[in-house]
Ligand binder design. Structure first.
Ligand SMILES: NC(=O)c1ccc[n+]([C@@H]2O[C@H](COP(=O)([O-])OP(=O)(O)OC[C@H]3O[C@@H](n4cnc5c(N)ncnc54)[C@H](O)[C@@H]3O)[C@@H](O)[C@H]2O)c1
Length: 369
């Protein structure tokens, strides 16, 4: 019997992306993947962990494709390197890849970012699909057409916008994710919920322990709601000139913490959680109702985050100033003004930020008292 799945769509300049969320999707006849790859040479890019845990999910696709080549890249951020992209292009040329060949990025956000980049450049761009296997990729990275590799020691510094033809998010894959990955990804869900979808915030509040435990039944509606919110923002602002920047809530300080800690001591999502905590302080100083900030902080408290490593305030301020997301004009903060509403703020007094940061780094949770 066919499983129910949710179908969303995202319209963009290249056409539209179909986003499906459900379970056991790859083998289902109603899923538009089969006709899309019928008779084509298909390159499935994946990493060793995903291949070991979920590689059998690709089997139904081999019958539809003329030929399916599985290409493996390293696990994690190591995949997002030009040499890895180069190896994929070589394999694709040697295997007779054509303009109408297809690429499937089957893995987390790293495989998705690399796969999209490789597809976007190969023969000046071939169609690709995202089959995201992490919560972060299902709620965020796979949606919106941003692709990238890391270059010159800077994350995501070389890339292009290239939207996938479809995003097939099978929540069953999330059952094998470690708790740390789930917690880190849930930071991006909270980010979206606080600024764009108060009902989603309620679901996260009521089911947080199940979500952190990887319960795919609890995760499914959360993936749908977060994907829908992201798709709507990307439709309104495809190139991140305005509204899409709201998705950077928590990232101004989050990126700076990651960079000041040399990307080693804190996961991205945990850094974003600390970034949101800090932004909530700034927001309260500018008039956000303290009860709203307290509610958001209480959710983040239940994440049981690893403690914030000791980090020098001036290194963090320096990293913020260098962040590529900022423009020459100076720092932009994304601050909630009410639940479900955010603002881009670029007129914060640097002295106020520095002194608030000093007390935040000494005790990030102090405002709970
Ligand atoms: N393009 C965008 O808009 C966008 C947005 C946010 C983040 N990103 C990028 O996403 C990347 C992070 O993505 P991520 O958090 O998915 O990390 P990831 O891709 O590194 O995956 C994390 C780890 O989980 C493993 N894994 C993947 N699926 C699994 C599963 N189902 N069960 C068990 N293990 C599994 C992977 O092998 C890897 O070791 C970063 O490079 C970031 O820059 C991109």
């Amino acid at each position: 019997m066919a499983n129910h799945f949710e179908r969303l769509s995202l319209r963009h300049s290249e056409g539209s992306t179909t986003i499906l969320v459900g379970r056991d999707l790859l083998g289902q006849a109603q899923v538009p993947l089969t006709p899309w790859l019928e008779g084509r040479t298909v390159f499935a890019v994946t990493c060793p962990t995903v291949r070991r845990l979920h590689g059998s999910a690709l089997e139904p696709l081999t019958a539809a494709a003329a030929r399916l080549e599985v290409l493996e890249v390293p696990d994690g951020e190591e995949a997002k390197h030009l040499e890895v992209a180069g190896r994929l292009w070589t394999s694709m040329i040697e295997a007779g890849g054509k303009r109408d060949s297809r690429l499937i990025a089957f893995g987390g956000g790293t495989v998705g970012d690399l796969g999209g980049f490789v597809a976007g450049c190969f023969l000046r761009g071939i169609e690709y699909a995202q089959v995201p296997t992490t919560l972060l990729a299902q709620v965020d990275a796979a949606i919106g057409g941003k692709t990238a590799i890391d270059w010159g020691g800077t994350k995501n510094s070389v890339g292009l916008f290239h939207h996938p033809a479809m995003v097939i998010s099978d929540v069953a894959f999330l059952e094998t994710l470690p708790r740390d990955e789930l917690r880190s990804a849930l930071a991006e869900v909270v980010k979206t919920a606080v600024l764009l979808d108060p009902l989603l915030l309620e679901s996260v509040e009521s089911k947080l322990e199940d979500l952190l435990g990887g319960d795919s039944k609890a995760l499914e509606p959360v993936v749908v709601a977060t994907a829908r919110a992201k798709a709507r923002v990307v439709e309104r602002d495809p190139l991140e000139g305005g509204d899409r920047k709201l998705l950077n809530f928590g990232h101004t300080l989050g990126h700076a913490l990651e960079s000041a800690l040399s990307y080693r001591q804190l996961r991205h999502g945990d850094a974003v959680s600390y970034g949101m905590l800090f932004a909530l302080r700034l927001a309260v100083n500018r008039g956000l109702e303290p009860a709203v900030a307290r509610r958001c902080r209480q959710i983040l408290r239940r994440f049981d985050l690893p403690s914030l490593p000791e980090v020098d305030r001036d290194r963090v301020l320096g990293a913020m100033a260098r962040d590529k997301k900022n423009f020459e004009g100076g720092l932009t903060w994304i601050l909630p003004v009410a639940l479900g509403e955010g603002a881009l703020v670029d007129d914060l007094n640097p002295g106020e930020v520095a002194s608030e940061l000093e007390s935040f780094l000494a005790d990030p949770w102090a405002s709970d008292e």
